[in-house]
Ligand binder design. Structure first.
Ligand SMILES: *Cc1c(COP(=O)(O)O)cnc(C)c1O
Length: 478
């Protein structure tokens, strides 16, 4: 089969894929949330002559499709995992079919659509469009990275030193202040050349994950005069969904001439809902904001985005516009200068489609449903003798643990055992969490298709896992 032969057959093949994809989506409710087979049994060599598109499609549908997890389904509560709205899925298919490279404008309307999608997000979160500009990224890690580059350039600028050009050595001392940075932020600190050790831990309030603003102020006051200061605040931490006090922190940053970055990978979405927006008040005062599309927005992987008041700094750090790419811009951005990647997938299209299809009201509906469901799980745990909360539930994540039965001393390994049992059963999927020195589970609600009718199934799965793990323990030789 040659590619040209496949191309002549493409309409029929695409229809087969449409059927298979629809079957997959229809079956999400019954598919195990954790696939049982996760390794490929046979390695094998690269075929010298291929089997054609249909042969490859058949191989995928028979060999791989049965072992996909229902991570896009309603009871997958691991990490912070969004599904894909039908409109976003259509947009994703079309993004692949159109195959536009939205790194630069000049040959299609793709960049203009991307600009509009990002603009709609700014409106959704009440971020003034003229003040903030940014780009779509591969996720919140990529978004944090671009924002940290902006902050790094800003740090150099204040000392009259061009870090992007001359490197960090010889530049001003730079410190990052944060109370509960996400692992991805630590990663980008390492990646950016600033280094993990440039992060100065700021005290938290009591046993929460929230930054103690007074401790931040004291730390900034005690810092050397010539140090350039970056503050990384959280809008929604992954374990307890803590929000830092952004208005207070923004005022402190202003007093001390510090850059304020906010990581709102999923927490920024609280801003779209009037009754929750107060948690994220002050985010509009930030210098840079990172967030995710593949979490609460429910567009397919991969998609994140960032905005900053100083896009010029990112363009300075990430600018790489060789003559052969410098096409007429029609006043549109060259996204090649705003992210790590050169060539870029048309990520704005699924975002545009889901926002066009469902509007701001659609996003609010997802957030409200998920918060209500997390609250319902939390209430159930409160009334259960098998489980107990590790932290209060304040948004869409429930952090809890299995209480060890009589005779089991090691609560942490008991929790590992119950979580493994729960996930192996396949009705729900959760990931480990730890809080206050105790190991437990995290259940994060971020899928548009989770319904209140899923809750009794989740409760039953938790009780069943507890009982099976207990029976297994009792059967173990003493
Ligand atoms: C998920 C998450 C990230 C990283 O996002 P990716 O999309 O996985 O790159 C960063 N910060 C927070 C708070 C997150 O929840």
């Amino acid at each position: 089969m040659t590619m040209h032969e496949d191309r002549r057959d493409l309409r029929r093949l695409l229809n087969r894929v449409a059927e298979a994809a629809a079957d997959f989506q229809d079956g999400l409710d019954d598919r195990p949330a954790q696939a049982r087979q996760r390794a490929l049994d046979k390695g094998g060599d690269i075929p010298s002559r291929g089997i054609g598109a249909e042969g490859a499609l058949d191989a995928v549908l028979t060999r791989f499709a049965p072992h996909m997890s229902a991570s896009a389904g309603p009871r997958y509560l691991g990490f912070v995992t969004g599904g894909t709205t039908p409109a976003a899925l259509l947009g994703d298919w079309l993004a692949g079919s159109f195959d536009q490279n939205t790194a630069s404008p000049g040959d299609s309307i793709g960049v203009a659509v991307t600009v509009q999608a990002l603009d709609w997000l700014k409106q959704l979160f009440g971020l003034p469009s003229e003040a903030f500009d940014g780009a779509f990224t591969t996720g919140a890690t990529g978004a944090n990275f671009a924002c940290l580059l902006a902050a790094r350039e800003w740090a150099g600028e204040g000392a009259g030193y061009d870090i992007a050009k001359r490197g960090l050595a010889g530049g001003p001392p730079i410190a990052i202040y944060s109370a509960c940075p996400h692992a991805s932020f630590v990663k980008v600190a390492r990646f950016s050349g600033l280094g993990q050790d440039s992060i100065r831990p700021v005290a938290r309030i009591g046993d929460t994950e929230e930054m103690d603003a007074a401790a931040l102020e004291a730390a900034l006051e005690a810092a050397p005069e010539d140090e350039r200061k970056i503050v990384c605040a959280s809008a929604g931490t992954v374990t307890t969904t803590a929000f830092d006090n952004l208005p207070a922190i923004a005022a402190i940053c202003k007093r001390h001439g510090a850059w304020l970055h906010v990581d709102g990978a999923f927490g920024l979405f609280a801003r779209a809902v009037p009754e929750l927006a107060g948690r994220v008040a002050g985010v509009e005062l930030a210098d840079s904001i990172a967030s995710d599309g593949h979490k609460w927005l429910n567009v397919p992987y991969d998609c994140g985005f960032y905005v900053t008041r100083r896009i010029d700094l990112v363009e300075h750090a990430a600018g790489a516009l060789p003559a052969y790419l410098d096409v007429a811009g029609d006043g549109l951005p060259h996204y090649i200068n705003r992210v790590l990647e050169g060539s870029q997938r048309f990520r704005g299209l699924p975002v545009w489609m889901t926002l066009a299809a469902h509007g701001a009201e659609g996003v609010r509906r997802i957030v409200r449903d998920n918060v209500r469901q997390a609250t319902a799980l939390s209430t159930w745990i409160d009334g259960s003798s098998n489980y107990e909360l590790l932290a209060p539930t304040t948004l869409n994540v429930v952090c809890f643990r299995a209480t060890p039965p009589e005779g089991i001393a090691d609560a942490d390994s008991w929790n590992d055992a119950v979580l493994d049992t729960l996930n192996a059963a396949g009705d729900v999927f959760m990931t480990p969490g730890a809080y206050g020195g105790k190991k437990g589970f995290r259940a994060a609600f971020s899928n548009w298709s989770t319904q209140d009718e899923d809750m009794p199934k989740i409760f039953a799965a938790l009780d069943m896992a507890y009982q099976s793990a207990k029976t297994a323990k009792e059967a173990e030789p003493a």
